[in-house]
Design a protein around this ligand. Structure first.
Ligand code: 5GP
Ligand code: 5GP
Length: 235
């Protein structure tokens, strides 16, 4: 943990749908630990500002309120929207998270082909985002696991009739409503495209208070790259 407390406003708990990571033109590789369950998996727990400040990195995602995505020039003027890489000397040590390795393999597995060891993914997320969280290594990963365990997004969607399918498409509004009702809080969603160019649900961004414990309504909307109807491909 860095010596000075990092100021930020909330976290995004980002979960990815493995089917939508894998059916892209880029494809995916299964982790060494084995094929993950057909469930949303953790991508990261990311500290965020509610209002962008100064200039610098972290421009990509932020949008003001419900308004459309700012122009590229506008993004530049809005400055830095989240802190990152707050302590480069602070590398993730397996010993610190030894009691979490099993649940992490289950809930935070890598689908990258560059390195099929999930520890590599956790190390990257820790350096980029975790070092800005004001949590120590163990508490950071434990917080993400506990938040994910609070609500089963896969089950919430299935309960609303939104089940993985290779031919169905679903209303984005139905997905948003199901998550808001099932978790009690409004989340952001992000889409990507499969190898055929079809738009599909890729990631869900739930918002979390800065202690990392409680879900909150998301204060910002994002450029979601979604259309009105999207797919949720089988994994
Ligand atoms: P991409 O450009 O692929 O959407 O995002 C690249 C990376 O930038 C993400 O993996 C994440 O590390 C960071 N990033 C993108 N959007 C946000 C955001 O809204 N908040 C934070 N904290 N990081 C983000
Ligand atoms: P971010 O987009 O969080 O900055 O970057 C994620 C990084 O972690 C990328 O460099 C990506 O190659 C790597 N990575 C490893 N496994 C995964 C995975 O399962 N999903 C995603 N989105 N990125 C992964």
């Amino acid at each position: 943990v860095s010596s000075t407390a990092e100021q930020f406003d909330f976290f995004y708990l980002v979960q990815q749908w493995p089917g939508s990571f894998c059916d892209t033109r880029q494809g995916c590789c299964l982790p060494e630990a084995g094929k993950p369950a057909a469930e949303f998996g953790i991508h990261g727990l990311w500290p965020n500002y509610a209002t962008c400040r100064g200039r610098g990195n972290g421009l990509a995602r932020a949008v003001l309120g419900d308004s459309a995505l700012l122009s590229v020039a506008g993004l530049g003027r809005r400055g830095k929207c989240w802190p990152e890489y707050c302590d480069d000397g602070n590398s993730l040590r397996p010993w610190e998270i030894r009691d979490l390795l099993k649940p992490l393999e289950q809930s935070w597995g890598t689908l990258s082909c560059k390195n099929r060891r999930s520890f590599q993914f956790w190390s990257y997320e820790w350096k980029k985002h975790g070092t800005c969280s004001n949590l120590d290594q163990h508490d950071y990963f434990a917080a993400a696991l506990a938040l994910k365990a609070q609500h089963n997004l896969t089950a919430i969607l299935a309960g609303a009739g939104i089940a993985p399918s290779d031919d169905q498409t679903y209303f984005l509004s139905g997905i948003r409503d199901a998550i808001a009702e099932g978790t009690g809080f409004k989340a952001n969603v992000e889409c990507n495209r499969n190898a055929d160019g079809e738009v599909q649900l890729f990631q869900v961004y739930q918002c979390v208070d800065k202690t990392g414990k409680k879900l909150i309504d998301c204060p910002l909307s994002m450029n979601s790259k979604c259309s009105d109807k999207v797919k949720l491909p089988v994994f």
